[in-house]
Design a binder for this molecule. Sequence first.
Ligand code: 5GP
Length: 114
Amino acid sequence: MNNHLIFQKIINKEIPSNILYQDKIVTAFEDINPKAPIHILIIPNCFIKTPNDINANNKNIVAHMFYTAVQIAKEKKISKDGYKIVVNCNENGGQEINYLHMHLLGGVKLKTLY
Ligand code: 5GP
């Protein structure tokens, strides 16, 4: 499915979204269907389809995604109480959008999946 184009259009501001942070490497924006009071997606500006596509050449981008998520958690003042960072992969992992993304979830006590 080509639904990764949705996230590319968000990066390029071709479709509206609430972008909280953007630099040369990543874009962070509010999830359209939030599962928690704070639900932000962090994505790389260059296309990476799934976690399986992380490699030696792009692994630093993933570190920057993680760093960005933590910075936003601090800005949103959820870092002390805590939060979840979730990355889904393919069908069994529940990945619906075929563009690597990190979910930052917080503002409430979240259930543990395991
Ligand atoms: P996944 O299930 O692939 O890990 O998560 C995809 C997420 O993208 C979902 O939480 C969904 O609500 C969000 N999403 C899907 N389409 C859009 C959109 O057009 N705009 C925004 N902001 N979020 C979207």
